[in-house]
Structures are given as C-alpha cells and as structure tokens.
Design a binder for this molecule. Structure first.
Ligand code: MCN
Length: 713
C-alpha cells in the first residue's frame, strides 16, 4: 500500500457533483452579508451614515479584539494586528468598513451601496522602499561573516524582487456563523484549510474559550495557503451573529477575493556570496525587504522569516548574516501562498549563483556541485537541521532529463531566430514540524474509522491516509473511512499547511495503527492460547491465526490514538527549464519543465505527481503572467480575472517529473512533504533559463512579453 499509485477515492464524489461547498449550505432563517469597503488605500473615516431601514454594523457595534499575530521565533513584531472592521482609519483599497445584512446577497449589496462613508484622504505608501513603518524585523548572524568577505577571492551579488501574487482558489472564501444563545455556543462553517486555526483565531478575536466555538470545514475548492487565516469579514460575521442572535452567511465574490484577500510573496532582497579561489562558498549575506501591507494578519510574519531561514539553500555555507525587514504599505496584508517564503529564498539564491558564475566565467553547474551539502544531519548557519537528502542525485537526474528532452524540444531548428536558454535550480523545503493527532477505531463489523487532525482541501488525504492505515492493519481500503474538518469530531489539531500533513499527520495515523495492533495483542493471545506474534497482517501462534477483525469481533471493537510530534523535515529537489524567446514580440515559450523532487518515502506516487504538476503550473503562472498591480494611489488594478492572469491548460508545456527518495529518519514513514515543491523549484529554473536566453540580462518575474521586449531593446 505504501508506494502504490492508487487513484483518488475522493474523486468519484467530486465528479458526481456530490460535494458540498460552503455556498451549498443554507441554514433556515439565515441573513446574508455584504461589506462596505474602502475605496481608498489610505484615509481617515470622518463619518458613516446608514439608511434607517438597513441592518448595518460598524467597528463600534462589534465586541472584538484585533487579529492575533503569530510570534515567529526571534521576530520583533509591531502591535498592528488587523482590525476586524476599520475604525478611524483605512489602510488599503477594499478594506472592510461596515457589514450590511439583508434577506439575500443581492439585497445586502444594494443596501451596502446606500451606506455613506465620508473619508479624508491620506497619502498612501505604495512602494515598500518608501515606507517608514517597520512591522516585523528579524536578523541572525552565524560564523565570521565579515572575516569571510574580507578574505574572499570573489564576491558575487544580486538584487531580486518578487511581486505580490493572489492565491485564486476556485472556491472563494466564506462562512456561515450561528450562535446558540442557550448553550452560548458559536458554530462557524468556514471554507478553510482546517478547523483548528480558524477556531483559535476566532477565540482570540471574540475573547471566548475555544470550547465555546465549533468550526466545521465542508468541502473546500482549493486554498493554496490563502485560507489558513480567517478573513476579517468572517470574524465580523461571527461577532455580528452573536450580537444579533441570528445565523449569518457571507460568500466572497471573485472581485472581493482579488481585491481584499491576503496575498503572497511581495518581497525583494539583496544577496551576496563570498567565494574562495576554488569557488567554495565562505559566507552569505542577505538583506530582505517584505511589503507586508496595512496590518499584520495572524500568519503575515511567517513567509519572510521562512525565506530568511532558507536563504543558504542546499549549499554548505559556514557563515551567514540575514536580515529581513517587513514594512507597512497601503495594500492588503500578505500571508502564506503556496511555497510561503521557500520560492523567495530559492529564487534569490539560485539567481545570484547563475549571475555570479556568469560574471566570474565559472560553470554554473560546477559552482553548485562544489558546494552541495553531502552529509546529514546538517546544521545550517541559520539554525535549521536538515534531516536527509541527496542533492547531487537530484541535480544529476534533472540534468539528464533535460538533456534527454533536447532533441524533442518542440521547435529546435524551426525558429532559428528565437533566443534559447536553459536554467537549473535547486531548492530545500522546510516541511512538517509540530504535531498532529489521529484516532483509529475498528468496529466489530470490520469497518475502520480514522479521525485525523489533518484536514485536506484537494491534496487527497482520504486516499493517502487510508493507504497508510491499510498498509499497517492489513484491512482493505474500501473498509476505511476518514473523518476530519469538524472541531467537534476532531477536537485538536494544528493545520494543513507547510506540506506537513503526510509527514506529521500521516505518521500519527501510522502510530495509531501500530497502537491498535498492540492493544489487540492480549486478546489475540487469549484467542490463540499462546503468544500472539504479528505476522503477515494477522496474529499467529504456531499454525493458528486470528486477524484484527477477528479480535474486534471478540472485543466488541478496538480503538487507539496517537499524537505524533517531530522537528521539521527537509524536502529538496532540482528543477530545469528550457525556454525560447521570440525577439520580435518578446513572447516567452517555456518548452519543458523538469521537476525532480525528494519527498522521502512517497506514499502515493500518483497523487504526489499530481501535487508536483499542480505546483509547477502555479509556478509557471508566476513566471509568465501573475502579478498583483497597484497604481501610485494604491488602487488595486488586478481585481478581476480579466486583469489578473491565470494560466489555462493550453499554456502548460510538457512537465517531466522524477523522484529521488531520501527517507527522513524523523518519522516512522520516512516521509517528507511535496505539496509545495512545484511552486518552489519552477520559478528559479525558468528565471535562470530566461536570463540565459538574454545572455545574462536579469529580469524579475513575470516574464511577460512587454518586459522581455523592452529588455531586448
Ligand atoms: N504525498 C505522498 N507522499 C509524501 C508526501 C505527499 O504521497 N511523502 C502526497 C499525498 O497524496 C498527500 C499530498 O501528496 O495527500 C500532499 O501531502 P503533503 O506534502 O504532506 O502536503 P499537505 O497535505 O500538508 O498539503 C499542503 C500543501 C500546501 S502547503 C498547499 S499551499 C497546497 C498543496 O498542499 N494547496 C493545495 N496542494 C494543494 N492541492 C490542492 N488541490 N489544493 C490546494 O489548495
């Protein structure tokens, strides 16, 4: 079962239209919410006047606290948690100012238009470099960085920037909130990555204990990092449901999602590397600047910190000094988006290696090879401990697959005028960490119910986690059912993010299964009248055997649980890309992407490949078209899918994938994460291929026709 390419069990329900997303749920008597939003990026609110017959709530009507902000190790944080509704001041275009309720969404939108808000416009800060307000700061130095730079034979450096990106899940965000006055209990159905983080965020904002809140996550149509923190609108809805004592519903439309949902990336930085005469890396310096937006949401400090911690990548660099400053701008907050800091680090490091190699006349592959980490565990100067890996094998495999595809590369010879380039990049991904829980019940009829604290939203845990249990217990997949996504069914959990579910949540399932077997052993020994050893998925004693189902029948059912905890695991990979640019139009053709990923032991190679391919396409979108744009007044110019480009299937070139497996010693499965891999490796590989095609001219993404055309001129 481990390693079997089983098709997704969840797909039949999806394909038959039997899924139930948030908007499919409609409790009786529900009122619908729409939000009055700031049309300015920065303004003071002078007054709000509401039509007499409309139900309108403003910041003054809600009893709430600001959003909690995650204290990331060593990060100094400003006290600027996101307010639920804007009070005196608005800090970004689209910020929710008032909540309006009516019998339908359409009526609520009409009523919202009648709310008059008077603003006094203030000067917005759009360029992070012009910001004077620091919201987060983190820095770390290890080793003799100054000495290494002073002694270096060569120093290479570069400056790189990534624009803000939108997560664009097919299903936008939304929630239903209902308060039971008698029980003093709030139930929130929420399109989210898991129930536990929304519950703890709401508990803080509403100042209630967690056990007074139930969060139910129905089927989710994608999240990509964008549903790990609840929307301020959802917090407002929950507070209003308590205030008014009636169920309320809000489903975001695409415009709201693109305008006001938290965004990813939005980071720039300068990276310098000190090299000795043999091209060995002596030290790295990095100074990163993150454009965090108007306030801190719960997870806003995390991606810049993740980028900083991974800036030395897969190279053995003895000394490093990295600083990351997160500043306030008049834009929506940033937060995790697939990769969440990892692509940022890989992009800056892998680009400076190519640019430096070119400047010094070194071979870009040889420079990498000379410096790869080869012994594990490896402690990086930033303090991560890499558990296992085989970076050179990833690199060799990627190069071989790129070479294999050279002849068939689509237009070889056909378009002699095109500029050709290839690029390679390696990455290391922090995955896993913290804990997750699982409970397994084997009923007397032989059915297995797994309650997992990991809540999938497209990854395929119903298949993967069932495989893990089936592999341990020797019970057929069709008898195994997975339960998740409801804080009453699974009361504790961390969350689905950071490609951690299989390594941590899957390991909890494996451990719970092992404990279930142990708990059955005494009964098996009685049944067999001997010592019961576990062999070939049954207890045996001499030539007598009894299965787990047999024990469950005798015992009236079996159950066991486990909480698995471990340090982070470090996935890795090597990506390669072949591109062509049309000189006349600047159009970029990505001909091929090679993705070699090491996720340790892979549970289901079919689903893992699906994750890689999905991530590659998101990474390609970042390369080709995706960018959230603001004008000089801080007005969002990307708030529809006419203006924010997304790739279609027709834009996707052949993607060649391969696996390297360096099992992690930190969990019983040997598993690491793969859910973000494609979104990490693709960007630096394509960026380096574009620079190669442009004879070393370095551009930042997206590599759209206009940018390339201008560069060519
Ligand atoms: N897998 C495996 N063996 C491993 C690791 C993973 O077989 N060693 C497979 C499993 O099928 C597992 C899947 O890959 O279900 C992803 O597992 P993992 O890498 O542990 O990542 P998570 O389940 O924790 O998912 C989170 C990750 C993140 S952070 C984002 S963002 C993302 C992603 O998953 N968002 C997604 N993939 C997504 N896929 C869909 N369809 N929708 C999203 O919103």
């Amino acid at each position: 079962m481990i390693g079997a390419p089983i098709t997704r069990r969840e797909d039949a329900r999806v394909l038959r239209g039997e899924t139930r997303y948030l908007d499919d749920i409609e409790p009786a008597g529900v009122a619908h919410a729409a939000f009055v939003r700031s049309p300015f990026a920065h303004a003071r609110i002078s007054s709000i006047s509401t039509p007499a017959d409309a139900v309108v709530l403003t910041a003054h009507d809600l009893h709430v606290r600001r959003f909690p902000v995650t204290a990331v190790d060593g990060t100094e944080l400003a006290d600027e948690g996101h307010p639920v509704l804007a009070g005196e001041e608005v800090m970004y275009d689209g910020q929710p100012v008032a909540l309006v309720l009516a019998g339908s969404r359409a009526l609520a939108e009409d009523a919202a238009e009648l709310v008059e808000v008077e603003y006094e416009e203030l000067e917005p800060v759009v360029d992070p470099r012009a910001s004077e307000t620091t919201l987060t700061r983190w820095s770390r130095t290890a080793g003799d960085v100054a000495g290494a730079f002073a002694a270096a034979a060569n120093v290479i450096r570069g400056r790189y920037a990534l624009p803000r990106l939108a997560a664009v899940p097919i299903e936008p965000r939304g929630a239903i909130a209902a308060w039971d006055r008698e029980l003093d209990r709030l139930t929130v159905w929420c399109s989210a990555q898991d129930p536990h983080r929304p519950r703890s965020q709401l508990a803080h904002i509403l100042d209630r204990p967690e056990n007074a809140i139930r969060v139910i996550v129905p089927d989710v149509g994608g999240a990509f990092g964008g549903k790990g923190v609840i929307a301020p609108e959802v917090a407002a809805l929950a507070a209003a449901a308590i205030e008014l004592g009636r169920p309320l519903k809000w489903t975001e439309d695409r415009y709201e999602n693109l305008l006001a949902a938290y965004q990813g990336r939005g980071i720039e930085g300068e990276v310098e590397l000190a090299l000795d005469g043999d091209g060995r890396m002596l030290a790295l310096r990095g100074r990163l600047l993150a454009d965090l937006g108007g306030y801190l949401l719960t997870a806003t400090p995390i991606p810049p910190h993740t980028a900083a911690m991974l800036l030395t990548g897969c190279y053995d660099i003895p000394a490093a000094e990295v600083t990351v400053t997160g500043v306030r701008t008049n834009k929506p907050p940033t937060g995790p988006y697939r990769g969440a800091g990892r692509p940022d680090a890989a992009y800056m490091l892998e680009c400076v290696l190519d640019d430096g190699a070119r400047a010094l006349g070194l071979d870009r592959i040889a420079l990498r090879r000379r410096n790869l980490i080869r012994r594990f565990p490896h402690r990086t100067p930033m303090g991560h401990v890499y558990d296992s890996g085989d970076y050179e094998r990833c690199l060799d495999t990627a190069l071989a697959l790129l070479a294999d595809s050279a002849d068939s590369a689509d237009s070889a010879g056909e378009h002699p005028d095109r500029l050709c380039g290839t690029g390679v990049a390696l990455y290391v991904e922090r995955a896993g960490g913290q804990w997750e829980a699982a409970e397994i019940e084997l009923d007397r009829g032989g059915g297995v119910t797994i309650r997992s604290s990991c809540s999938p939203h497209g990854q395929g845990h119903e298949t993967t986690f069932a495989q893990i249990a089936a592999d341990r217990l020797g019970i057929g997949l069709d008898r195994i059912e997975l339960r998740f996504g409801d804080s009453d069914v699974v009361p504790r959990g961390v969350g689905t993010y950071g490609s951690r579910s299989v390594a941590i949540g899957g390991s909890a399932v494996a451990q719970a299964a092992d404990r279930l077997i142990e708990s059955a052993r005494p009964c098996a020994a009685r049944v067999l009248s001997g010592d019961a050893s576990w062999n070939d998925w049954a207890f045996v004693s001499g030539d007598r055997r009894v299965t787990l189902e047999g024990v469950a029948r005798v015992e009236g059912g079996l159950s066991a649980g486990a909480t698995f905890r471990s340090a982070p695991v470090f996935s890795s990979g090597a990506y390669a890309a072949r591109v062509e640019i049309e000189p006349a139009t600047g159009r970029l053709h990505v001909l091929r992407i090679v993705a070699v990923d090491d996720a340790g032991t892979v549970i289901n190679p079919l689903l893992a490949r699906g994750q890689v391919v999905g991530g590659v396409v998101q990474g390609l979108g970042e390369c080709l078209v995706e960018e959230v744009v603001y004008d000089e007044h801080g007005q969002g110019l990307s708030a529809s899918l006419m203006h924010y480009g997304l790739l279609t299937a027709a834009d996707v070139p052949p993607i060649v994938t391969a696996e390297v497996a360096s099992p992690s010693p930190l969990n019983p499965l040997g598993a690491k994460g793969v859910g973000e891999a494609g979104a990490i490796g693709t960007l630096p590989a394509v960026a380096n291929a574009v620079a190669d095609a442009l004879a070393g001219v370095r551009l930042d993404p997206p590599f759209d026709s206009e940018r390339l055309w201008r560069a060519l001129r």
